[in-house]
Each structure stands twice: as structure tokens, then as C-alpha cells.
Design a protein around this ligand. Structure first.
Ligand SMILES: Cc1ncc(COP(=O)(O)O)c(C=O)c1O
Length: 406
């Protein structure tokens, strides 16, 4: 059905671009500002106190003193690209060159560029359910059809993935890529095990479908080990990998990257028409990161977020009702909470905010809007001392809603 974009709005000042068919069907953008005084587990924002502001100021002064030209001119932030080649090489044992990587405006831009490269309206993208809502919005903006495959405590279910792609192909659909967040997944916090990583790659190979691996939380591990990246395990040039400096340095820099086979990266680079990903931010980040400084900073972040994770798990243990279940992530920003079936977390949100606590209702993390009794808790942003009081309030709200619905 065609939508008339002029139907309900006084839009005489809009550009023709905004009146296009695609723009007319876009959902409203999110507002990240929380209500004042409300303890928010809602947005997965980084801990603000962790931003290394003084060191970044110093790095800025050094760049302006020593090499202002490249930082203030159009162009790619070459020092950051070289840093990434080295950083990823050391971390993953991947032998890369700068042709394998492109610096992007956060990993969000990388997700959009992959859609520009691969998705025609009506093409299919397979995602985990639940998944990162920002990615789903990007895929929908590109007019992809988004198909969900469930996950459990060890990540996406491989047989279901295989069957889903088999069925789509049998129905003549074009499946363009599998989108996965294998490590400390947003929103569940779960990590895809090694055997499943290998099995996922086997499914991709069998169907000749690309994998878009989003590793936004990869460095933020609290204990133990995680398996190698899908990109590292891939033998068939089927993986595009995106990462970000948002969670390990500062989100406001808006710096991320996409990596993969040079043939695909060069095509993505050709689509990226923007005069270069902020050379200013990129040169400063590279100056900051040199001599292992970023790695040391990441060690500090692990401690900060581990403490918050521990405090959240303890609070859940204390305040959640019988029948509630939650994940115990080994890293990242999120815990996934499943409440008794009869609760509706979308309806409960108004009550929660009035009582002084905010969260992301689970259905916001499903393209299909299911999961009505689930909640995503982001423990990353709020001060650690607010976690316990926030969960106490949430526990009371849940109890009240359970009693009212009994
Ligand atoms: C899984 C995942 N991917 C990508 C992003 C986007 O990050 P950025 O664009 O800041 O790099 C986020 C942000 O929350 C995320 O959770």
C-alpha cells in the first residue's frame, strides 16, 4: 500500500528527499534523554565517569602541535587505521592490511553501509531474537525483511538458523546476510560458544550467505575467556566484522570500523561518500591509543563494568519474585530478565517510571515485538550505588503488577 507522506503533517518545509517513499515509512527516532530523578536501566550508554577526558585533551593538544594538517583536512584517519591493523592482529592473530579495514562513524554507519551494499527492498536479513534494536531499525530503513531465529544461553540456535534459511531459499527469497552479536550480546549478554561459532560458519558456507558479525562489546570481558571472532575463524571470506570505540573509549568520538575481505571493503569504501570519517576524532583517538594506553584503559573498564554487573546480579537475586529468570553475562552491558508469563512489561513501564525506575521492555528488542514478559537491563550507565535502589523499586513494581493481575 502506498502511504501519502503529506497526509497528517504540515510538511511544507520538508525536502523532497524526506518526502520519498522510504522516508515516509520510517518509525520515529528514539529519545535518549531519561526523565530526571528516574533510575534508568534503559539505554546501553557507557559509564560517563570512565571517559578519559584529560588524556583525550592532552592527545588533542599533541595532534594540534605535531600534525594538525591531516587532522583538520578531509581524508581517512590513517593513523587509526594502522592502529586497528595492529590491535586486531595482536588480539586475534589475524594477518591484516589496511585494505581489510575501514574506519566508520561508529559501527552504526558500518551497519548502514552493509545494507547499502547488499540490500534491495524485499531482500531478507536473518537476525537473532532478541537482538540490537538499532540494527533492526537500520535493516528496516533499507526496506529489508527481517527474519528472527531464537537464541538460548549459548547464542543463536544453529538448526533453526539452517532451517530458516533453507525455507526462505525454497520460497525463492534472497537472503543477504545473517546478523549476529556473538559476544556479550545486546540485549541478552549471552556469548556464542566455539562449537556454535563453527557451526554458524558452516551454515553460512552451505547457503553461501554472508555473516555480519557485530562485536560492539568484545573487549569488555569480566572473567574467563571468549572464543575467537567469527572473522578469525572464517576460512571462506564470508564474514564482515564491525567493531566500535564507543564502548572502549568514548561514544562521542563516533568511531567504529568494519573489517572483511578487501574486495568487499573496497566496495563499501566506495559507498561511503563523506569526505572521510572525522579525521579530527580519528587522529586524536590514534594519538591517545598509542603505546598500549587504550589496552590499559580497557582493563580499567572491565573492572568498572564487572562491579556493576555483580551489583545488578546481587540485586536481582534479592528483589526479583519467584519464577523470574535472568542471564549472567561474562561481559558487556546487559542482563536479560524473564518475568512470570502473565506480566506485560510494556504496560508496566508507566508504573515503573512513576515509581522511579526505567528499563527497556523486551518487545523493543524483537522485530516481531514478542517477549512481552521480558526486560533488558543495561547496568552500564547508571552510577553503581543506584543499582540496588533501582532494583528494589523494580521489584516492588513487579510485585504490585503481579498482585494486581492475579
Ligand atoms: C550491538 C551494537 N552494535 C552497534 C552499536 C552502535 O554503536 P556505535 O555506532 O556507537 O559504534 C551498539 C550500540 O549500542 C550496539 O549495542
Amino acid at each position: 500500500m502506498k502511504t501519502d507522506p503529506t497526509a497528517s503533517t504540515n510538511n511544507s518545509e520538508w525536502s523532497l528527499d524526506l518526502l520519498s517513499h522510504r522516508a515516509a515509512n520510517l518509525p520515529a527516532a528514539f529519545n535518549m534523554s531519561g526523565a530526571p530523578g528516574v533510575i534508568s536501566f534503559s539505554y546501553g550508554l557507557p559509564d560517563e565517569a570512565s571517559f578519559p577526558a584529560a588524556e583525550l585533551a592532552q592527545a588533542t593538544a599533541e595532534v594540534m602541535r605535531d600534525a594538525p594538517g591531516p587532522a583538520l583536512q578531509y581524508g581517512a584517519p590513517d593513523p587509526l587505521l594502522s592502529y586497528l591493523v595492529d590491535f586486531i592482529g595482536r588480539d586475534q592473530g589475524l594477518e591484516l592490511t589496511t585494505k581489510n579495514l575501514l574506519v566508520t562513524v561508529g559501527s552504526s554507519q558500518a551497519l548502514g553501509l552493509v545494507c547499502q551494499l547488499l540490500v534491495d527492498p524485499g531482500d531478507y536479513v536473518v537476525v537473532e531474537a532478541p537482538t540490537f534494536l538499532g540494527a533492526v531499525r537500520t535493516f528496516l530503513n533499507a526496506e529489508a525483511e527481517v527474519v528472527e531465529v531464537p537464541l538460548d544461553n549459548e547464542g543463536i540456535l544453529i538448526e533453526e538458523l539452517d532451517q530458516t534459511i533453507t525455507d526462505l531459499k525454497a520460497a525463492g527469497k534472497r537472503v543477504k546476510f545473517i546478523y549476529t552479536i556473538p559476544t556479550f550480546q545486546n540485549p541478552t549478554g549471552v556469548t556464542l560458544g566455539l562449537e556454535r561459532r563453527k557451526a554458524l560458519l558452516a551454515v553460512a558456507k552451505k547457503h553461501q550467505v554472508l555473516v555480519l558479525e557485530d562485536d560492539a562489546y568484545a573487549g569488555l570481558i569480566f572473567e574467563g575467556e571468549v572464543p575467537p571472532w567469527l572473522w578469525t575463524l572464517d576460512q571462506d571470506n564470508l564474514v564482515l566484522h564491525c567493531g566500535t570505540f564507543s564502548k572502549i573509549l568514548a561514544a562521542g568520538l563516533r568511531l567504529g570500523w568494519i573489517g572483511g575481505p578487501p574486495e568487499l571493503i573496497s566496495k563499501i569504501a566506495a559507498l561511503k561518500v563523506d569526505g572521510g570519517t572525522s579525521p579530527f576524532a580519528g587522529n586524536i583517538a590514534a594519538q591517545y591509543a598509542r603505546d598500549g594506553r587504550l589496552e590499559k584503559h580497557i582493563l580499567k573498564l572491565r573492572e568498572i563494568y564487572r562491579r556493576k554487573r555483580d551489583r545488578t546480579l546481587a540485586g536481582l537475586e534479592r528483589y526479583m519474585p519467584d519464577g523470574a529468570r535472568w542471564t549472567s553475562p561474562q561481559g558487556g552491558f546487559f542482563i536479560w530478565l524473564e518475568l512470570p508469563e502473565r506480566l506485560d512489561t510494556v504496560k508496566m513501564l508507566r508504573d515503573a517510571i512513576t515509581a522511579g525506575v526505567n528499563y527497556t521492555p523486551g518487545p523493543a528488542c524483537f522485530a516481531s515485538r514478542k517477549g512481552k514478559n521480558t526486560i533488558r537491563l543495561a547496568f552500564s550507565h547508571l552510577p553503581v550505588e543506584q543499582i540496588e535502589p533501582g532494583l528494589r523499586i523494580l521489584g516492588e513494581v513487579i510485585q504490585r503488577n503481579l498482585t494486581a493481575g492475579a
